[in-house]
Design a protein around this ligand. Structure first.
Ligand code: B1M
Length: 229
């Protein structure tokens, strides 16, 4: 048995709790992440601040250590699962905005070959919160699935996420196909994900590059204002 006193998350100050949550996410401690998230919510924290200051920041550190060979896939997966536990609590808050009329329709997916979905889920959640109707195609989405969703859902926007340098070129494949079929005039194409940048987005002819989830929502709202007065 350890002599260490039991750590009670609720006894920590806000700053201490945020630091502890970063450690816990790094260690893949799902229940502690859910508990910490709930405590911050109960203390009146904004859902966005909880996301950026604790969950996303912790995942950034996980990514750095993964890149440096300090962490391996199983540990990263546990961290990702722990993060999802926190996000589930934030989802209803980020997605709830009853006063908002439908702003537009979005089809979103992580592109073929790529199974990273945390950032894409965050973008989808926040778009929902801004009143967009979102059809989420999940991960590993190929061009046929994007086209089928376009036919079924008639979106104003198509969103693609890629986290790997090897999968980001596939966004260009999808854009080219939409272009070829003359679908671009009715549908903006947004791209994002950690390795994507403005230069790449411009090179493949995307309508917009979303650096993070809130910036993407702002761009999407602006796009709707400009294109659908
Ligand atoms: Co992966 N992985 N991973 N991984 N993983 C990265 C991306 C990596 C950078 C880690 C590293 O080496 N430092 C590296 C890629 C290197 C490269 O391409 N050059 C990498 C690698 C190599 C791999 C594997 C190949 C590892 C292996 O198997 N050997 C493998 C690939 C599997 C595959 O996809 N085929 C793999 C697997 C995994 C896990 C399954 C273990 C797990 C994913 C779990 C999941 O998503 N359900 C995982 C994770 C968690 C990561 C890191 C650590 C974190 C990603 C994340 O969730 N970030 C990541 C390192 C990193 O990115 N720093 C890494 C938090 C999230 C909120 O941020 O997704 O960037 P992000 O989203 C942001 C913005 O980018 C933006 O808004 C979001 C919120 O603000 N955004 C958009 C995202 N999509 C958008 C779309 C938009 C607009 C904005 O418009 C539509």
């Amino acid at each position: 048995m350890s002599d260490e006193p039991e750590l009670i998350l609720a006894d920590l100050s806000d700053d201490e709790l945020v630091e502890q949550m970063k450690d816990d996410l790094y260690d893949g401690m799902g229940p502690e992440i859910a508990e910490g998230t709930q405590i911050l919510l109960d203390r009146g924290w904004d859902a966005n601040a909880i996301l950026t200051e604790s969950l996303v920041e912790a995942m950034r550190i996980v990514g750095l250590d993964f890149g440096d060979g300090i962490l391996f896939v199983p540990e990263v997966l546990s961290a990702a699962n722990a993060m999802k536990g926190g996000m589930e609590l934030l989802r209803p808050i980020l997605a709830a905005n009853d006063a908002v009329k439908p702003t537009g329709r979005v089809v979103i997916g992580t592109v073929k070959g790529d199974i990273h979905d945390i950032g894409k889920n965050l973008v989808a959640m926040m778009l929902e919160g801004a009143g967009f109707e979102v059809m989420d195609l999940g991960i590993n989405t190929d061009v046929e699935e994007f086209l089928k969703a376009y036919d079924e859902f008639n979106p104003d926007l198509l969103g693609m996420s890629a986290l790997l340098t090897t999968t980001m070129p596939y966004m260009g494949v999808v854009i080219e196909e939409f272009e070829k079929r003359g679908l671009r005039k009715d549908c903006g194409i947004f791209v994002g994900g950690a390795p994507v940048n403005q230069e790449f987005a411009d090179a493949i002819g995307a309508t917009e590059y979303g650096g993070d989830a809130s910036n993407t929502v702002e761009l999407a709202k602006r796009f709707m204002g400009v294109n659908r007065p």
